[in-house]
Design a protein around this ligand. Structure first.
Ligand code: PMP
Length: 434
């Protein structure tokens, strides 16, 4: 496609005159990889078509929600029926109760939960609740984990415990982030040092159990165990942000995987999003009953939302959860995602390109690095120029991965082995050019 015939280009120019950067969420702008974003026209199953009518195999799936692929017929029928019953009421519905019960059945640590409309809202509310419940202000997060764009979470990693909270965004007052402490992911010694110094002032530790915002980095079992022990010893809460991992890495979410390795493991609070809305705006936070009962109107921690528990979003999410609850769903997804990762690795190895892979369920990460990284610093050692060349090679051949080396990838149940084989074949050709 020459630039003259690429219809994405004039659309992007037009978008940029009215929407900052031309996009409604920054990573869509292709800033990391350069070039013109693809404007999506429509999607079906494992594919979407851009404004040029070029087909792409979609390995983003709306950044996670589309675990069944696009336009699953049963989900579409459910949403169509829900639309006819009304868009939004601002009053409770039975479907919210049914969805909440379904989530609790799959994630028993969520004894009570509340629905909101985005992961950001859910994370922000969980933090307020943790602070309200413990009566403490300090929170600990980890470098490379993303929990939405709430003010107190937009914090850069400092050079050590002495440097609390430098905001990573303009417009966030230093005062708002002074109680946010950023530590290195998977660094047990640093965690222990922090708790030794300020453990009794910590309201909560929040983490992604598998960090999907620095590509794909698992929290080690030892790291997870120590967070659980130290928070319990010091009266702080452990918040699991499963917005990305929830229902994607396993039916019981990442916490069910860690519970297999850590006796009795449960987080105090869990944050969900993405898959629970099946592509509609829907997220939730929940956990231990005595904590959740601090929420308004029962308790003193305020939280609310005009569109929370939206009837169309709940219908879409509920049907999605029902469909992914079929026996063997995640095992099959894990196998298929593995074929993609192993296929890419085999081609990279054959071409002499350093390459490492990891995956769980329908979530994956690959690195142009010889060894899997376990911290943000290690992830960022990736050769960005090499990644961008790989990225654009795949894009030109119709395979759409996340447009940044620090983002995870997503496989849906709609992807076929033939789709994966096509992607691996394309990668063979692209690796030859690197
Ligand atoms: N937490 C995690 C782990 C996420 O990946 C994201 C979004 N990618 C969020 C929170 C924020 O969710 P949202 O974009 O729906 O606000």
């Amino acid at each position: 496609m020459t630039p003259n015939t690429d219809l994405n280009l004039p659309l992007f120019e037009r978008a940029k005159t009215i929407i900052p950067g031309g996009v409604n969420s920054p990573v869509r702008a292709f800033n990391a990889v350069g070039g013109t974003p693809r404007f999506v026209q429509r999607a079906q199953g494992a594919y979407f078509w851009d404004t040029n009518d070029q087909q792409f195999v979609d390995y983003i799936g709306s950044w996670g929600p589309m675990i069944l692929g696009h336009g699953h017929p049963e989900v579409v029928a459910t949403v169509q029926a829900a639309v006819l019953e009304g868009f939004s009421f601002g009053a409770p519905t039975e479907r919210e109760v049914v969805l909440a019960e379904k989530i609790r059945e799959l994630v028993p640590s969520m004894e009570m939960l509340r629905m909101v409309s985005s992961g950001t809202e859910a994370g922000m509310s969980a933090l307020r609740l943790a602070r309200g419940y413990t009566g403490r202000n300090k929170i600990i997060k980890f470098n490379g984990c993303y929990h939405g764009h709430a003010d107190s979470l937009l914090v850069k990693a400092g050079s050590g415990l002495a440097t609390f909270g430098a905001s990573s965004s303009a417009g966030v007052p230093a005062d708002v982030v002074k109680d946010t402490i950023v530590l290195e992911y998977n660094d047990v010694a640093q965690l222990e040092e922090a708790f030794a110094k300020i453990g009794n002032e910590v309201a909560c530790v929040i983490l992604e159990p598998i960090a999907g915002n620095m590509n794909f980095v698992r929290a080690s079992v030892e790291f997870t165990r120590r967070i659980r022990e130290l928070t319990q010893e010091h009266g702080a809460l452990m918040i699991y942000d499963e917005v990305m991992t929830g229902f994607r890495v396993a039916l019981g979410c990442a916490q069910s995987l860690y519970a297999q390795q850590i006796e009795g493991f449960v987080p105090d609070l869990t944050v969900l999003g993405k898959v629970i809305g099946g592509g509609m705006p829907m997220a939730a936070f929940g956990g231990r009953r005595e904590i959740m009962q601090k929420l308004s109107p029962l308790g003193p921690v305020y939280q609310a939302g005009t569109l929370s528990g939206n009837p169309i979003a709940t219908a879409c999410g509920l049907k999605t959860l029902e469909l992914i609850s079929q026996p063997g769903f995640h095992a099959e997804l894990h196998l298929k995602t593995g074929h993609l990762m192993q296929g890419l690795k085999a081609e990279a190895d054959a071409a002499g390109i350093p390459f490492s892979i990891d995956w769980q369920g329908g979530l994956f990460g690959f690195y142009l690095l010889p060894e899997l990284p376990s911290t943000y610093h290690a992830v960022m050692k990736t050769d960005g120029a090499l990644f961008n060349k790989f990225y654009h090679g795949m894009l030109a051949r119709g395979h759409y991965f996340a447009p940044a080396l620090y983002e995870a990838g997503f496989v849906s149940s709609a992807h076929t082995e033939a789709d994966i084989e096509r992607t691996v074949e394309a990668a063979r050709a692209v690796f030859q050019t690197l």
